[in-house]
Design a binder for this molecule. Structure first.
Ligand code: GLU
Length: 342
C-alpha cells in the first residue's frame, strides 16, 4: 500500500476512535459542570498545609484498562495521597510476605470505629483492617529492607510503578504529619505491646508519615485504580504494579473498608472498590474496565470528598458500574460507557 494511502486509513481510524470516545469525555465534562459549584464540606485543617487547599480544585479522571485517559478539570493539581495510599501498601505487604504472615498482623474486617481509633481486635490483638490507621501502620511495618533507605526506596518504587511516573513526598506535609502524629504513635506503641509490629516501630511510623505525604494528582489516582482494574498491570506503562493473585485481596478490603464510616453505604450505592483520603482524593476501581481518580478537597463530616462521592454515585448509576450489576449481561466497557446512558 502506498504511504499516503496508509496514512489516510490511519487518519480515518484515529478520527473514528476520537468520535467514539468523545461522548464519554462530554459526560465527564457534564458531571464536572454539574458539581463544581457544590460548596458543602470543608478542607482538612489538622495540619496547616492541607488547610491551604483551594476549595475550587476539582479534577475527574478515568483511565481504562486499554490505556485511554479521560481527564476533565484540575487533573494535574497535586494533592497528598493520605489514606488512599493504604490499600497499595497492603498489596505490597502481601507480595513481600504472603497472605499467611500478613493476616497474622492485620484483619480484613470493617470497623464501625473512626479510622484513627486506638483500638485492636480484642481476640486476636490485630488491627481490624489495613485501611484504618492501625492496620496501615502494621502494613507499613512489613515493608522490607535492611535500613530506612532501603525501605523507603521500596515504598516509593511501588507508588511510582502504580502511577507510571516517579512520585515524590511533600516534605512540609511529611514534617507536619510527623510532628502532629501523636495519636498514630500511640496506636503504633499499643500494637508493639501486643507484638503486632516490630521493634522498628519508630522507623515504620516514619514510613507511614512519608506514604501519606506522597504527592499525586487525579490522573495518577485513575492510573493507579486502572492498574488494579487491569489485574495488577499498569495499562499505560504495561509494567506490573502488583502480583495478580493479590489484586482481589486489595479490592475486597477497598470495597468493604475504603470509605471511612461511609463504607457500607458506599458499597450499597456505588458498589465499587475505592479508597478516599483527607487530602480530597478518591481512587475507585471498575475491575476489568477502568480506574477513576477524583480530586476535590472539600470533605464531608466522615472525611470523604463531597464532590468525589457525588461523581462516583452518578457514574455508577448512569453506567451500571455497581459490582453486582456488572457482568449480568457481559457488556464491554464501550457498551457501558457509550451506549448504556439513561
Ligand atoms: N495522615 C493521616 C493520618 O494518619 C491520614 C488521614 C487520612 O487520609 O485518613 O491521620
Amino acid at each position: 500500500m502506498p504511504d499516503n494511502q496508509s496514512t489516510g486509513a490511519l487518519d480515518d481510524l484515529i478520527g473514528c476512535l476520537k468520535a467514539a470516545v468523545a461522548p464519554f469525555r462530554a459526560t465527564l465534562q457534564e458531571l464536572h459542570a454539574k458539581y463544581r459549584d457544590v460548596a458543602d464540606g470543608k478542607v482538612a485543617d489538622y495540619i496547616p498545609e492541607l488547610a491551604l487547599a483551594d476549595p475550587k480544585w476539582f479534577g475527574i479522571s478515568v483511565v481504562t484498562v486499554d490505556g485511554q485517559a479521560f481527564d476533565v478539570g484540575d487533573c494535574q493539581q497535586l494533592l497528598s495521597i493520605q489514606s488512599v495510599s493504604k490499600p497499595f501498601v497492603f498489596g505490597m505487604a502481601l507480595e513481600d510476605h504472603g497472605r499467611e504472615v500478613v493476616l497474622k498482623k492485620v484483619g480484613v474486617e470493617p470497623t464501625g470505629e473512626a479510622f484513627n481509633a486506638i483500638v485492636l481486635d480484642e481476640k486476636s490483638n490485630r488491627p481490624f483492617n489495613p485501611l484504618v490507621n492501625a492496620g496501615a501502620i502494621a502494613t507499613a511495618d512489613l515493608i522490607p529492607g535492611k535500613d530506612f533507605a532501603e525501605r523507603i526506596k521500596r515504598l516509593m518504587a511501588t507508588f511510582s510503578g502504580y502511577a507510571g511516573r516517579d512520585v515524590y513526598v511533600d516534605n512540609a506535609i511529611f514534617m507536619s504529619e510527623r510532628s502532629t502524629g501523636h495519636r498514630n504513635r500511640a496506636i503504633a506503641h499499643l500494637m508493639l505491646n501486643f507484638g503486632m509490629v516490630s521493634e522498628k516501630v519508630e522507623e515504620s511510623l516514619e514510613l507511614y508519615f512519608q506514604q501519606c505525604s506522597i504527592l499525586v494528582n487525579a490522573h495518577d489516582l485513575a492510573v493507579m485504580g486502572a492498574s488494579l482494574a487491569n489485574a495488577g498491570v499498569n495499562p499505560i506503562t504495561k509494567q506490573r504494579a502488583l502480583e495478580r493473585e493479590y489484586v482481589k485481596d486489595v479490592l475486597s478490603v477497598m470495597l468493604t473498608c475504603g470509605m471511612y464510616d461511609y463504607a457500607g453505604e458506599w458499597a450499597y450505592r456505588v458498589g465499587l472498590p475505592a479508597k478516599s483520603g483527607v487530602g480530597g482524593g478518591i481512587c475507585a476501581v471498575v475491575p476489568g474496565r477502568c480506574g477513576i481518580g477524583i480530586f476535590s478537597p472539600l470533605l464531608d463530616a466522615r472525611g470523604n470528598s463531597v464532590r468525589g462521592i457525588k461523581v462516583c454515585e452518578e457514574l455508577s448509576d448512569r453506567f451500571g458500574l455497581h459490582a453486582f450489576e456488572l457482568g449480568f449481561d457481559g457488556e464491554r466497557i464501550e457498551d457501558q460507557f457509550y451506549l448504556r446512558k439513561k
